[in-house]
Ligand binder design. Structure first.
Ligand code: ADP
Ligand code: ASP
Ligand code: MG
Length: 438
């Protein structure tokens, strides 16, 4: 292995002892040349992430409240890290810069980005490696979309020239030079971009679990680790709620065929999960790779006799949602019915307008709204060749007394998605795990 990009998440860098573990991992393999660092995360379950404290400072400043107490908490945490690492680092001048710039920031992007910025500078100092500011190598266009060409070229050239570097995750710069962050958890995306830019042989993602688990460990007791998974399966699972890796982190490396290895900073000998385009030939996998899900969906069911003969009915219905800026998650349909499943929070803000437009433009017989839905995806590339998968799912849920409100199978037969009441979510995940995986 020549070049590895290693990204360390917030819990892996939450305090000096965690940073020391990460640095040991980095030094253990000379191929680990490009390190992407998150901001310090939680040290214990009710701790507060530095990123959250920074967002809080910005919110306080917007409300004309004093944010110096919150900023002091941030400064104290870094002080402690610096002291325990035994390095000299002028944290106060970094904090002063934030204090000066924050009140004129229209959005939380700049303040939030400072968590990874400062942490990466500290880690670079501790390693004795160059620090490269993500704002100088990761670029967005006017619409806030990653400018891939410019980013891969600039980052690739700059980093290869240095040979080793620490780069902060989570942000880049807009054409006017201002800072823009990815969505939460976005350091995973930075890691993927850096791996692609330096043409790494491997993208390692170091976190606090020994890989992608076949179900959410907060719901299922000790779920199995997935040893091998394809980019496509991972994308499905992370989009559906398996939050170990940001759902967009797959794209930059997938195009270049760079494998991702999810590893545990606290158990560095564990092999973790290897994510590739296809599963190695000598590996036999069970049909279902994993289960993931989320709460917070609403289904809008529209019924109209002879809907099937009205050309463009579905398209017009979806257009009403898209005009309100609401993407649809699923859209199961029958002969005279069609349901649109959407994020409840987005829908609730536009509810009256959407319902009015459906009535006026589509003249339906009935509209039924079902709130508080959860959706669960059962994902596996092997499911396509096995008979009776859906029957097994129905049986598992029926046995646990769970009513299925919606069912949707992806056209590639990679996943089966079910909609259930939010109240049944945890029970359903456990029942499905038991039947399909364990
Ligand atoms: P990091 O700070 O390293 O980026 P995250 O908190 O973003 O880490 O992601 C790791 C966490 O994701 C785990 O601690 C675990 O609680 C959660 N998680 C949810 N679903 C899964 C899953 N299917 N497999 C592994 N972890 C999961
Ligand atoms: N620190 C950022 C967050 O908490 C980004 C990341 O950790 O990936 O969302
Ligand atoms: Mg994360």
């Amino acid at each position: 292995m020549n070049v590895i990009t290693a990204k360390f998440g917030g819990t892996s860098l939450a305090d000096a002892s965690q940073i020391k573990k990460a640095v040991k991992i980095i030094k253990d393999n000379p191929a680990r040349k490009f390190v992407v660092a998150s901001a310090p995360g939680k040290r214990f379950s009710d701790d507060i992430k530095i990123t959250d404290l920074l967002y809080k400072c910005h919110a306080q400043s917007k409300n004309n409240e004093d944010f110096s107490g919150t900023l002091k908490k941030i400064s104290d945490r870094y002080e402690e890290i610096i002291k325990e690492l035994g390095i000299s680092f002028d944290i106060q001048s970094e904090i002063e810069t934030i204090k000066k710039n924050l009140p004129v920031c229209p959005t939380g992007d700049y303040p939030a980005s400072r968590g990874e910025y400062i942490n990466s500078k500290i880690i670079a100092k501790f390693l004795g490696w160059p620090f490269v500011d993500a704002a100088e190598i990761i670029f967005f266009d006017e619409k806030g979309i990653l400018n891939e060409e410019k980013t891969f070229k600039t980052a690739g050239e700059k980093l290869k020239e240095l040979n080793y570097a620490v780069i902060p995750g989570f942000y880049g710069s807009m054409p006017d030079g201002s800072i823009k962050t990815f969505s939460r958890g976005g350091s995973d995306v930075t890691g993927s971009i850096i791996a692609r830019s330096v043409k790494a042989d491997l993208y390692e993602n170091w976190t606090d679990v020994s890989g992608m688990l076949s179900a959410d460990p907060r719901i299922v007791n000790a779920p199995k680790v997935i040893e091998y998974i394809t980019y496509t399966e991972l994308r499905e699972l992370s989009y559906m709620g398996a939050s170990v890796l940001h759902e967009d982190a797959v794209f930059p490396v997938r195009k270049a065929g760079i494998p991702i290895n999810i590893r545990n900073t606290n158990k560095p000998d564990d092999k973790g999960t290897l994510i590739t385009a296809s599963i190695p030939k000598n590996i036999t996998k069970s049909p279902v790779t994993g289960i993931a899900g989320r709460k917070g969906f609403t289904s809008v069911r529209v019924e109209k006799t002879m809907m099937n003969s009205e050309t463009g009915f579905g398209a017009r219905l979806l257009y009403i949602f898209s005009r309100s800026g609401i993407p649809f998650e699923h859209c199961p349909s029958g002969i005279d019915t069609i349901s649109v499943v959407v994020n409840s929070e987005l829908f609730d803000n536009r509810r009256e307008i959407i319902l009015r437009e459906i009535k006026n433009e589509l003249n339906p017989d009935f509209i039924t709204i079902e709130k508080n839905l959860a959706s669960i995806a059962i994902v596996g590339e092997g499911m396509v060749s096995v008979k009776g998968m859906a029957a097994k799912i129905f049986a598992a849920l029926a046995k646990s007394g769970i009513n299925i409100r919606m069912i949707d199978q992806g056209s590639d037969e990679l996943n089966i998605i079910i909609g259930i009441d939010e109240a049944d979510y945890e029970k359903a995940v456990n029942a499905l795990y038991k039947e399909m995986i364990s």
